[in-house]
Design a protein around this ligand. Structure first.
Ligand code: AMP
Ligand code: GLY
Length: 426
């Protein structure tokens, strides 16, 4: 197989690393890739992840057998539809189904239609209507911009005046542009968050082990929201014995509804869940692997990823299985000081050779490039240092032991990745 992977983060590094292990795979191209991906024996292509026409033309010219989009943007822009028009297979939902992530209003409506447990919400398009809803709301209340807002579109408002000000920013000042022309005013749920991901094809579902992300920048869930500062799997709060039941409530009904609408979902469906006192409720859907959840999940993954993706595209997922190592895996992100706001680029990264010799450990690159034969930082999230172990404690110790060998001037990482998971075990 000739594969084109789209994206440039740690998730894409993990996808490339795992696909490379498949005996079915002959050549991998990555657009645009990063410094770590460049060292995996693949071909980097200088095309951006949102340049749909150029990506599809490249795939056609190179006789690509399977396109694997990593991030949500090419999916919401319709890369799957554009590939299909050219007869090229693409492991991802079509533009219609990708609205599950691209529009929170679409996702909320579909959840209600399909009977999926989720927070109650009102969808408003005018500031005046929104203010009326806020008069009747309990506090705190959650405001969400409808569209993609790079993880910044959700604000938990403690009281009515903060909620009104936030609503004003979204609808009147349009701080999120077109993504904020519709706003969800949502009940605030209480509980612990967990992610459940599944490879899906129509109504066929293969579940991955549960995972937990760490969205805030600093220890003890303090500081601003980020793309994710670390993840581990499995998450003891959602053991595998309960995962099928949770999927029956949160994943299968959505797949069924999309099949009924003539847009069967192909790809990875990610349910972001709040485990509340009254059961799991869906906070959001993503239509792709999470970053950094993908890194520990794929490290545990022992099946042939290329075969699984091919089966999903061909509608034959029932012919395959997902297998995972029995232990646990932890990934810790190193980020540049200032992330998620502004940060400098070009910091040298040392110690990677020492970590490369450590067993059951892999450094996935997020924002790196190569400058004068040296790996340097190019993004806010730089690396995800990932280690596998017989249990969560062993995996966590291994990840932090590897991290101690890496030096990047002016960087930081969280010291408490997987601490919540360990608290459940003890
Ligand atoms: P989302 O992009 O919808 O996942 O929201 C980002 C983050 O906001 C989630 O990971 C939660 O921490 C928080 N969040 C979203 N919706 C709610 C809600 N209804 N109640 C409480 N927290 C929420
Ligand atoms: N780690 C959360 C996400 O990928 O959206």
């Amino acid at each position: 197989m000739r594969i084109l992977v789209i994206g440039s983060g740690g998730r894409e590094h993990a996808l490339v690393w795992k696909l490379h292990q498949s005996p079915l795979v002959e050549t991998i191209y990555v657009a645009p890739g990063n410094g770590g991906i460049a060292q995996e024996g693949v071909n980097l292509v200088d095309i951006r992840a949102d340049a749909i026409t150029d990506l599809v033309k490249f795939a056609k010219d190179k006789s690509i057998d399977l396109v694997v989009p990593g991030p949500e943007l090419p999916l919401t822009l319709g890369i799957t539809d554009a590939c299909r028009e050219q007869g090229i297979a693409c492991f991802g939902p079509d533009r219609f189904a990708a609205q599950l992530e691209g529009s929170k209003a679409f996702a909320k409506d579909l959840m209600l239609e399909a009977g999926v447990p989720t927070a109650k919400a009102a969808i408003v398009t005018s500031y005046a209507d929104g203010c009326k809803v806020l008069e009747q709301s309990d506090y705190p209340v959650v405001l969400k911009a409808d569209g993609l807002a790079q993880g910044k579109g959700v604000v938990i408002c403690q009281d009515r005046s903060q909620a009104q000000a936030t609503l004003h920013q979204m609808l009147e000042e349009q701080i999120f542009g077109a993504a904020g022309t519709r706003v969800l005013i949502e009940e605030c749920l209480v509980g612990e968050e967990v992610s459940l991901l599944a490879v899906c094809s129509g109504e066929e579902v293969l579940l991955l082990p549960s995972a937990q992300d760490h969205k805030r920048a600093f220890d003890h869930d303090e500081g601003p929201n980020t793309g994710g500062m670390g993840a581990y799997s499995p998450a003891p709060i959602l053991p595998s014995a309960e995962a099928e039941d949770v999927a029956n409530q949160t994943i299968r009904p959505i797949l069924k509804a999309l099949v009924a609408k003539g847009h069967p979902f192909i790809g990875v469906l990610y349910a972001g869940l709040m485990m509340t006192a009254t059961g799991p409720k869906v906070l959001e859907y993503n239509v792709r692997f999470g970053d950094p959840e993908c890194q520990p999940l794929l490290m545990l993954f022992t099946s042939d990823l290329a075969k699984v993706m091919l089966c999903a595209v061909e509608g034959s997922l029932n012919k395959t299985d997902l297998e995972f190592s029995p232990g646990a895996c932890v990934g810790v992100v190193i980020a540049k000081d200032g992330y998620p706001k502004s940060y400098s680029k070009g910091s040298p990264i040392t110690g990677l050779d020492a970590v490369a010799k450590m067993p059951h450990t892999k450094v996935f690159h997020s924002g790196t490039g190569i400058q004068d034969n040296q790996i340097v930082s190019t993004g806010g999230r730089i690396l995800c240092v990932t280690a596998e172990g017989a249990d969560l404690q062993t995996a966590r110790d291994a990840a932090y032991a590897a991290l101690a060998k890496i030096e990047i001037p002016g960087s930081f990482y969280r010291k408490d990745i997987a601490a919540k998971g360990l608290a459940h075990v003890k």
